[in-house]
Design a binder for this molecule. Structure first.
Ligand SMILES: *[C@@H]1O[C@H](CO)[C@@H](O)[C@H](O)[C@H]1NC(C)=O
Ligand SMILES: *[C@@H]1O[C@H](CO)[C@@H](O)[C@H](O)[C@H]1NC(C)=O
Ligand SMILES: *[C@@H]1O[C@H](CO)[C@@H](O)[C@H](O)[C@H]1NC(C)=O
Ligand SMILES: *[C@@H]1O[C@H](CO)[C@@H](O)[C@H](O)[C@H]1NC(C)=O
Length: 395
């Protein structure tokens, strides 16, 4: 289970290492002296940092964070003492959270598009943005091919991109890249992540007020006790990330500026997910960092600052591996109205009970409609959506 090698095995490995790298170049006596010195240094270090019992957290002098807490007290008997890296990380994060971001005259919402290539709904988004210049900005991270833009709101808005692999950490890296580029503009106060299959389900004014007049980020966050939730957790994330803090949620966030900044500041928790939340881990675990890093991070560091649901609607009710995708024949006035007026958000668990936990979308003590955007829509739906958008009152 534990990542660190047992001490005798470590010594064996060291022996092999020293042997294979140096034997050819050193005469035997020199080699023995080198080895004896290494073993001495090793023993001194081992004396200063005694190895831990198997029940305690994996932490040793190899780990960059070092050991937190006095080691003679069993962990169960005390609240865990934070490591240096954790203390430092919390200081920075709390400073940022307590420091209210500078309010610019006209705050903007940054729309961050994470897409493989061209955006099939650019015309629809153009219609959405039109007339609201100065209140939004657009950033496009195209991970496969250079997009062909049809709307001037999107032209020249491509940022530097890297390949993105589904379910891998490169997905989270692309999200961080989009945030970093958008943070460069101090006018951006709220940040929305969207995919190429996302559409708006409300008009711009509604979206703008909804996001900027609330003091929370919309990060989806819930406990899934099943194999696709807590089953993806692994003890290597200890001591910083405990199983009780592990959360799941859709990757499609919208967040406040101070939250985007703490993500830039975080390397401690991000590196835990980078190394230990991957597809094809030992024991057939498939962990997808884009579904766990942000929910877990915010649940640990600013639980009161997030709404716990995503403002991007998706239909999981069919219970399949992928959510429902909408085709042109599905697009009706009634469908769009239904989505726009939903005021409870469902969370599906993956355990044998397959429970659906339905929570009302509460903001500032009152129930609100949950969704501003929706996915997944086939490109063929665009014409119908534009028609509905241009002459109905639901949006
Ligand atoms: C939330 O409540 C506060 C104080 O009661 C008020 O100032 C603010 O405008 C409210 N926000 C929304 C979005 O209703
Ligand atoms: C947001 O505002 C509400 C009501 O005004 C307040 O109770 C809550 O503590 C605020 N949350 C944050 C994270 O500032
Ligand atoms: C989100 O959930 C956390 C913990 O479950 C809770 O502390 C927080 O108040 C919730 N957020 C809102 C806006 O209700
Ligand atoms: C408005 O809706 C009607 C049908 O309800 C449709 O015939 C018309 O083309 C729509 N207008 C636009 C501008 O799309």
């Amino acid at each position: 289970m534990k990542k660190e090698l047992a001490w005798p095995q470590f010594i064996r490995n060291l022996w092999i290492m020293v042997g294979s790298r140096s034997r050819a170049h050193l005469r035997r006596p020199t080699w023995i002296i080198v080895l004896v010195s290494i073993v001495c240094v090793f023993l001194i270090v081992a004396y200063i940092y005694p190895p831990l019992s198997p029940s305690s957290s994996p932490c040793s002098f190899f780990s960059s964070q070092g050991c937190g807490g006095s080691l003679d007290v069993p962990p169960a008997a005390r609240a865990r003492e934070l490591s240096d890296a954790e203390v430092q990380s919390r200081v920075v994060i709390n400073e940022i959270l307590n420091h209210h971001p500078v309010q610019t005259k006209t705050p903007k919402v940054a729309f961050l598009f994470l897409t493989p290539g061209s955006l099939p709904f650019e015309k629809l988004w153009h219609m959405f943005f039109q007339g609201h210049e100065g209140k939004f900005s657009v950033y496009v991270h195209a991970s496969k091919e250079k997009p062909v833009h049809v709307s001037p709101y999107f032209t020249g808005r491509d940022i530097h991109s890297e390949p993105v692999n589904w379910g891998k950490i490169s997905m989270v890296e692309a999200e961080r890249r989009l945030l970093a580029n958008a943070l460069l503009d101090p006018g951006n106060q709220h940040f929305v992540l969207l995919s190429e299959s996302c559409i708006p389900v409300r008009r711009f004014e509604f979206v703008y007020n909804y996001l900027l007049l609330t003091n929370v980020s919309f990060i989806d966050c819930y406990v899934d006790p099943g194999p696709h939730g807590n089953g993806r957790y692994i003890d290597y994330m200890l001591p910083e990330v405990e199983k009780k803090d592990f959360r799941k949620g859709s990757q499609w966030f919208s967040m406040k500026r101070q939250h985007a900044i703490i993500i830039m500041a975080d390397s401690l928790y991000f590196s835990k997910f980078r190394h230990h939340c991957r597809p094809n881990m030992e024991g057939n675990r498939n962990c997808y960092a884009d579904e766990h890093y942000l929910p877990t991070f915010f649940n640990m560091l600013d639980p009161g600052g997030i709404a716990n649901w995503s403002v991007t609607y998706v239909d999981w009710s069919e219970g399949k591996w992928h959510p429902r995708s909408f085709r042109a024949r599905d697009i009706t006035y009634q469908l769009m109205k239904n989505i726009a007026y939903i005021d409870e958000s469902p969370h599906f668990t993956s355990d044998s009970k397959r429970t659906v936990v339905i929570t009302p979308c509460m903001l500032n003590g009152s129930k609100r409609s949950c969704y501003l955007f929706a996915r997944k829509f086939f490109p063929e739906t665009q014409d119908k959506l534009m028609q509905l958008f241009s002459n109905s009152t639901i949006f």
